[in-house]
Design a protein around this ligand. Sequence first.
Ligand code: SAM
Length: 269
Amino acid sequence: MRRSYEVLREIALREAGISLAPGREAMVVARLGARLRALALPSLDAYVAHLRAPGGRDELVHFVEAISIHHTAFFREEAHFTELAEALASWAGKGRRSFRIWSAACSSGEEPYSIAITAREALGERSSDMKVLATDISLQVLDRAARGVYAGSRLKAVPEPLRRRYFEACPGSRDDLFTVSESLRKHLVFRRVNLAQTPFPLRGPLDAVFCRNVMIYFDRSVRQGIVSEVERLLRPGGLFFVGHTENLNGLETTLLRRAPSVYQRAEAA
Ligand SMILES: C[S@@+](CC[C@H](N)C(=O)[O-])C[C@H]1O[C@@H](n2cnc3c(N)ncnc32)[C@H](O)[C@@H]1O
């Protein structure tokens, strides 16, 4: 079992950049339980053999799903949204009319919708050319994000006037479900992007990149790849948000630290 776990660690790192800690076998076995049952496999060893067999590549998607952590929330780490709103208002005040923001590990959509709400509120009528690109490695969460349907309990962090402006109660739903309004949805584009595979299939310039609560799972070389790509994609003055427990310490970067967990590409001279 230990050997199988080592192989799974190698596959997780190679395919998704995810570093599984050496002592987390129990967690991984628990998370893979549903896959073992679905494939009628008796053990982790059998699962590894299945993954490595010809045709095992199809299972890789499920493997990455099973080991990924998708926890997220609306307006999580709220200070970032205040920072973003101030920057957008300032850029709009200087005449900018086109805005591009990337939510790079968007999970089930709470982050990119929070970004879009923030931008709409900060920009008002100047938000007609504002787009939020929302990406993740997981097709399952991307599908949920694109559907944009949330239980009322998930919307507690959304102030009531904003909830009324940007969400609609799902007609006939008994479970207190809300759907993102069309007026907000039109700003979002969803795509699968694997952050462990550079160069990213994206073009800049971007005004802001949110890459939060995902770098903690990556080793240094994957984190370095992300930061170098973000430098390439951000326009001068553009912002890079990482999770509150994350930072760019130990990485080579020209990005400037603007606040804890907020970085900025230097303005053009
Ligand atoms: C903990 S969630 C963070 C969601 C959101 N950014 C936030 O802070 O609330 C981490 C997300 O990273 C995604 N992820 C993991 N490995 C990835 C990779 N190699 N490329 C892109 N996304 C990845 C997972 O699927 C998951 O949805």
